[in-house]
Design a protein around this ligand. Structure first.
Ligand code: XMP
Ligand code: MG
Length: 173
């Protein structure tokens, strides 16, 4: 490997924050029929930990979308795997690993709004606000991080390191 990984957020820090987020969500969705949609593949570890901590009878589903092509914010996302459960008239929580430029989530949000979701909120483990090119705010944000490329807890570098139980910065040697 021509890089090393420097710890940014320890496993303990991440797990503690996820529990806090889960309790907040639990409070906000008490009595509602919540559909949690994870964006593959980056959200898997976060989503799994998050929903275990919620004392709610949630439904879960997944979507996989390809990264936008080109540099404009008007590009359309390519849905590689769609949800099985219809979002129409449902309270939907989208779970994402990281908000970077905000483009992916703005497209996904628009798509699910157009499909008639009753409500739509976003929960992201990480947020890089300094990188935003379109307006996008997470409703539940684990950690704001600096503009560094990070891996672990679902996030990858060339498809590797998603299984790291902490979040680390990729440092080139
Ligand atoms: P946008 O820019 O649409 O993209 O908000 C969000 C997606 O970009 C990927 N991304 C990263 N992946 N380490 C990663 O492993 C990073 O530091 C990073 N920054 C952005 C990620 O797939 C996310 O879903
Ligand atoms: Mg992703």
């Amino acid at each position: 490997m021509d890089y090393t990984i420097k710890t940014l957020l320890t496993r303990e820090e991440v797990e503690k924050r996820i529990k806090e987020l889960a309790k907040e969500i639990e409070k906000d969705y008490c009595g509602k029929d919540l559909l949690v949609i994870g964006l593959l593949k980056g959200s898997i570890m976060f989503m799994s930990d998050l929903i275990k901590e919620m004392d709610l009878p949630v439904m879960i589903d997944f979507m996989s979308v390809s990264s936008y092509s080109g540099t404009t914010s008007t590009g359309v996302i390519n849905v590689l795997k769609d949800t099985d459960i219809s979002v129409k008239d449902k309270d939907v929580l989208i779970v994402e690993d990281i908000i970077d430029t905000g483009l992916t989530l703005s497209h996904v949000k628009k798509l699910l709004e157009d499909r008639g979701a009753k409500s739509l909120k976003i929960c992201t483990l990480l947020d890089k606000p300094s990188r935003r090119t379109v307006e996008m705010k997470g409703d539940y944000v684990g950690f704001e991080i600096p503009d560094e490329f990070v891996v672990g807890y679902g996030l990858d570098y060339d498809q590797h390191h998603r299984n790291l139980p902490y979040v680390g910065i990729v440092v080139k040697k």
